[in-house]
Design a protein around this ligand. Structure first.
Ligand code: 0YR
Ligand code: MG
Length: 370
C-alpha cells in the first residue's frame, strides 16, 4: 500500500437555518478541511478535520498537510498506521511548532485518511477493523434543536419535533444568562417529559461561581450532563465543579492529546469523555482515550466535529462509547452518510471510514487551498 500522492481540500458547507450560535461561536458554515491519500493502484482514502469555515485559517491546515505532512508520507506503506502516526506526532521539528493546534488538525485529517484506506483495502466498513460490532444500536442525541440563537418557543417546538422523529436525547446550549438558560430548560423539560435525556453545553463560557449558581437552580431538571461548563483547559475548576454539583461533567471536544485527557481523569474532573477524531491526532489517538476511559469506568460520547461520519464506526465498535451526537449539516456531502432512524444511528455498510466526499460536494463547496 505504497503512498503515491497526498492532496488537501477545503469544503465550506452551510449549516442549518442560515447560521447557529453557542455561547462562544457564531457560524454560518462548517469547514471540512481534509486530505486525500492515494496508494499504488489508485485506491484513495479521505480524512478531514472540522472548522468554522475560516479563510485563510483553513488554508494554514491544508498548507501544513501539503508541505509538512505529505513529505513524511510519500513512498511509505499506508497500512503502517501507528508507525506513521509516530512519524508525524513525534517529529521533533513539528513538535517544536505545535504539539496542539494546526499541526494536530492537519494530522487528524491524515490519520483518518489512512484508516479509511485500510478499511477500503480490506473491503470492510471501519467498525469491522476496530474489532467488530460490540452493540446492537448506537443511540443518537440531537444537538441541532438546541442552539443559543433559537428563540424560546422555537426551542420548545424543535425539542418536541425531535421527539416525534424518535430521538430520546437532546442537547441544549447554555451560557447566556443563568436566568434565561434556566427558563428555557424548564420549558423544554416540561415539554418533553421526564423520560428524555436532556444534556446542556456551555462551550466554556462561564466561570466557576456562575456554573455553581446555575447548577443549584437546575436541581429539578434532571440534567444528563453539563458539557464544557468552564474554560477547556481548566482541570482544577472542573474538578471543583464535579465535586460540588450532582450534575455530571462532560468535556473533551477541545482537547488535543491523551495527556490532556489523562489529567482530567487523574483529577476526577470528568464524567463523560468526549474526544473527537477531528481535533485529536486522528482515530489512532482517540482510540487511546477510549481505552483509558474504559480503564476509569467512564462512558464516551464522541463529539461531532466529524458530524459523526467516523465516530459512528467507533461507537459501534468500542465498548466505552455510550451515545453519539447528531448534527445533520454535512451528511449529504459523503457517499456513505451517517443516518439516524428512530433515534438510533444506522450501522454503516460500505467499505471505509465514511469519509469519502461525493463528486458533487467536492465541486459545489470547494474553496481554494492557497
Ligand atoms: C459550533 N457540540 C459543540 C458548534 C459544537 C459547537 O461551534 O460546532 O457548538 O461543536 O459544542 O457539542
Ligand atoms: Mg460541545
Amino acid at each position: 500500500m505504497k503512498i503515491t500522492s497526498v492532496d488537501s481540500f477545503i469544503l465550506h458547507v452551510p449549516v442549518t437555518g442560515g447560521g447557529i450560535a453557542d455561547s462562544t461561536h457564531n457560524i454560518s458554515h462548517w469547514g471540512v478541511v481534509g486530505a486525500a491519500i492515494q496508494i499504488e493502484g489508485g485506491l484513495t482514502g479521505y480524512g478531514f478535520t472540522g472548522t468554522h469555515a475560516h479563510l485563510p485559517g483553513d488554508q494554514l491546515i491544508t498548507r501544513c498537510i501539503d508541505t509538512c505532512l505529505a513529505p513524511l508520507l510519500l513512498g511509505q506503506d499506508a497500512s503502517d498506521i501507528t508507525r506513521l502516526w509516530q512519524t508525524i506526532a513525534r517529529n521533533p521539528a513539528l513538535q517544536w511548532i505545535g504539539r496542539s493546534g494546526i499541526t494536530t488538525l492537519a494530522h487528524a485529517a491524515v490519520d483518518v485518511a489512512l484508516w479509511d484506506l485500510k478499511a477500503k483495502n480490506a473491503g470492510q466498513p471501519l467498525w469491522k477493523l476496530l474489532g467488530g460490532q460490540v452493540r446492537d444500536k448506537v443511540r443518537a442525541y440531537n444537538t441541532d434543536i438546541g442552539w443559543l440563537n433559537i428563540a424560546d418557543e422555537a426551542l420548545v417546538a424543535g425539542a418536541r419535533a425531535a421527539l416525534a422523529q424518535g430521538f430520546t436525547g437532546i442537547k441544549v446550549k447554555v451560557g447566556s444568562t443563568v436566568e434565561r438558560d434556566l427558563r428555557r430548560l424548564t420549558a423544554v423539560r416540561h415539554a418533553v417529559g421526564p423520560d428524555i435525556t436532556l444534556a446542556i453545553d456551555g462551550n466554556g463560557k462561564w466561570d466557576l461561581a456562575t456554573c455553581q449558581r446555575f447548577c443549584a437552580g437546575a436541581q429539578g431538571l434532571d440534567i444528563f450532563w453539563f458539557e464544557e461548563p468552564l474554560w477547556y483547559d481548566d482541570v482544577k475548576g472542573h474538578a471543583q465543579l464535579a465535586r460540588s454539583s450532582s450534575i455530571p461533567v462532560a468535556l473533551g471536544e477541545q482537547l488535543y492529546t491523551t495527556d490532556a485527557f489523562a489529567e482530567f481523569f487523574a483529577q476526577q474532573a470528568i464524567h463523560w469523555v468526549q474526544p473527537d477524531v477531528t481535533r485529536m491526532a486522528g482515530l489512532t489517538e482517540v482510540l487511546r482515550v477510549c481505552d483509558m476511559a474504559s480503564a476509569f469506568r467512564l462512558p464516551v460520547a464522541p463529539h461531532a466535529g466529524d458530524m459523526s461520519q467516523v465516530h459512528v464506526h467507533l461507537s459501534y465498535a468500542h465498548a466505552a462509547c455510550a451515545v453519539l451526537e447528531y448534527i445533520p449539516w454535512i451528511q449529504h456531502c459523503f457517499t456513505d452518510p451517517a443516518r439516524v432512524v428512530d433515534g438510533y444511528f444506522c450501522l454503516p455498510q460500505l467499505p471505509g471510514a465514511g469519509t469519502t466526499p461525493t463528486v458533487d460536494a467536492l465541486s459545489r463547496y470547494r474553496q481554494p487551498v492557497a
